[in-house]
Design a protein around this ligand. Structure first.
Ligand code: ADP
Ligand code: MG
Length: 360
């Protein structure tokens, strides 16, 4: 059982608020992703949990006890960083054993624990190798094993897969998730890679300039971004600006500058307020006909558009289209659907439930 409770944590460096009143609770055994652009405070939060950074204000509780002012070695956390510095002159076994050796664990106990953890990260039999005799992914697993061997209460991962190439990174993501489930350890992962956050996390928090913008399950944050920053940072998206006409019979309407009405079944600010809407590219259909195939078109938002550029990506095609004053990105699965050329006049359409209303 390990929960981590971040209460109103602020960390300043001179004028800079690296963390600005951050409150978050990580549940027992949860895999939690911290996502945000460079400089948004993710590493500072992780280092505060580890004890390398002392918050200017606020508390950090592990299993209900305030650890904010306790030194790192008493906090019982395991850590893996992007440049997982293994000791080059030590063998894999010695690297992993290191945290136990410094705690003066008996050598028989060290041996059995290291061997068990080597099996867990699928490196049984590699104990006598040196780090340089391993691939990047294997070295990464050694670093993970070293972080786990002392059975910490919390595992902190700071862009641990950042140095690996794409294929290996995807493979390691799956392995990391399996190992985390098997060990059942509360894990906090820092990443700027949205796909990684989606694949691994039970919940995520989106950071911006030291503040948490949004917290939730990845699918919830993706489908219901709170503001333009969240929408754009966590997936690509399209924006429209207009004026609220209010909600009638459960359907809200927003008028675009040219008088076109966009419908949504989400809450809208009161009539006359300016609003920003967003629609994900994969919710949008592109077609020649007046309405999407097989529908009467009655419920759909339909806009005329011109294809600027099709971007062929094998499994899919992404169209950049212009629908003044906006530019839209439309994602189309590469089924037997018709393809469109640059310059072609088309219609784009989507359902009211996919028009997301953002906070300004
Ligand atoms: P992230 O991990 O999201 O990229 P960081 O937590 O590393 O962001 O940094 C957040 C902000 O705090 C940045 O503006 C960074 O420059 C600043 N910062 C972090 N550590 C220090 C430090 N030791 N001294 C001065 N400024 C720092
Ligand atoms: Mg960082």
């Amino acid at each position: 059982m390990s929960t981590v409770d971040i209460q109103q944590v602020t960390k300043t460096y001179g004028e800079v608020y690296a963390l600005d009143q951050v409150s978050l609770t990580f549940a027992d055994r949860e895999f939690f992703g911290l996502l945000g652009p460079s400089g948004s405070g993710k590493t500072t939060l992780l280092r505060s949990i580890a004890g390398f950074v002392t918050p200017t204000m606020g508390q950090i509780l592990v299993d209900g006890a305030d650890v904010s002012r306790i030194p790192t070695y008493k906090r019982d956390v395991g850590m893996v960083f992007q440049n997982y510095a293994l000791f080059p002159h030590m063998t894999v076994f010695e690297n992993i054993a290191y945290p136990l050796s410094v705690r003066k664990t008996k050598s028989a106990e060290i041996k059995s624990r290291v061997e068990r953890i080597l099996d867990l990260v699928q490196l049984g039999g590699y104990g006598s190798r040196r780090p340089r005799e391993l691939s990047g992914g294997q070295q990464q697993r050694v670093a993970l094993a070293r972080a786990l061997v002392s059975r910490p209460r919390v595992l902190l991962l700071d862009e641990p897969l950042g140095a690996l190439d794409r294929n290996l990174r995807q493979h390691m993501q799956i392995e990391l998730r399996q190992i985390q489930r098997e060990v059942g350890i509360t894990t906090i992962l820092v990443t700027h890679d949205q796909e990684e956050a989606l694949t691994l996390s039970d919940r995520i928090a989106i950071f911006r300039q030291g503040k948490v913008v949004q917290v939730g399950r990845p699918d919830d944050v993706y489908e219901n971004p709170r503001d333009a920053f969240s929408a754009e940072f966590f997936g690509s998206t399209n924006f429209l600006k207009g004026v609220s006409l209010g909600v009638q019979g459960g359907i809200g309407a927003v008028e675009l500058p040219d008088g076109t009405r966009i419908f949504t079944n989400r809450a809208l600010p009161h009539s006359g307020s300016s609003v920003t809407l967003t629609v994900r590219p994969e919710k949008v259909l592109i077609h020649r006909e007046q309405q999407p195939a097989g529908t009467s078109g009655s419920q759909w938002n339909i806009l005329p558009a011109n294809v600027i550029q099709p971007v062929y990506m094998g499994a899919s095609v992404t169209y950049q289209v212009s629908t003044p004053p906006s530019t839209f990105s439309v994602f189309q699965q590469n089924r037997e659907t018709r393809r469109f050329e640059a310059g072609e006049a088309v219609k784009i359409s989507w359902l009211p439930q996919h028009t997301v209303v953002l906070d300004d």
